[in-house]
Ligand binder design. Structure first.
Ligand SMILES: [Zn+2]
Ligand SMILES: [Zn+2]
Length: 133
């Protein structure tokens, strides 16, 4: 994937640190700030947590990244992609993307609540196949 073009399309300055962040996110799918910090240490030992936060916030502002709030866990970040839902393992904290028919769920929620809803964030908790063994 051409990360440089993607960063530029989002009006983000391309820096070696940002390219590395994108690469780590691409490989991990979802990652919290502490794990990202650890992953960046080998290449950028002098990079501070504050700088990483600043970069991440900027990338979220430009909708290049999404911040995902998971109950009882640190927020994780992922590259923006098509809307999707998540399953989270309550034992090992593994996170997986799933595609649900969120439109029909949203319509059902509208019907039941009479609210004017336009967004949904669905997270299921349970045990992943590894932890079930
Ligand atoms: Zn698990
Ligand atoms: Zn996801």
């Amino acid at each position: 994937m051409d990360y440089i073009a993607i960063l530029q399309n989002h009006n983000l300055k391309v820096t070696p640190q940002r390219l590395e962040i994108v690469d780590i996110l691409h490989k991990n799918g979802h990652i919290n700030i502490d794990d990202l910090y650890k992953a960046l240490q080998s290449k950028f030992p002098s990079l501070s947590l504050a700088t990483i936060y600043k970069n991440i916030n900027k990338m979220c502002d430009k909708s290049f990244l999404i911040e995902l709030k998971i109950p009882d866990q640190k927020n994780v970040y992922e590259l923006t992609k098509k809307e999707h839902s998540h399953v989270v393992c309550s034992k090992c904290n593994a996170i997986m993307d799933i595609n649900l028919d969120t439109l029909s769920i949203l319509n059902q929620a509208k019907e039941l609540s009479h609210y004017n809803l336009d967004k949904s964030s669905i997270i299921f908790n349970g045990l992943c196949p590894k932890c079930l063994d």
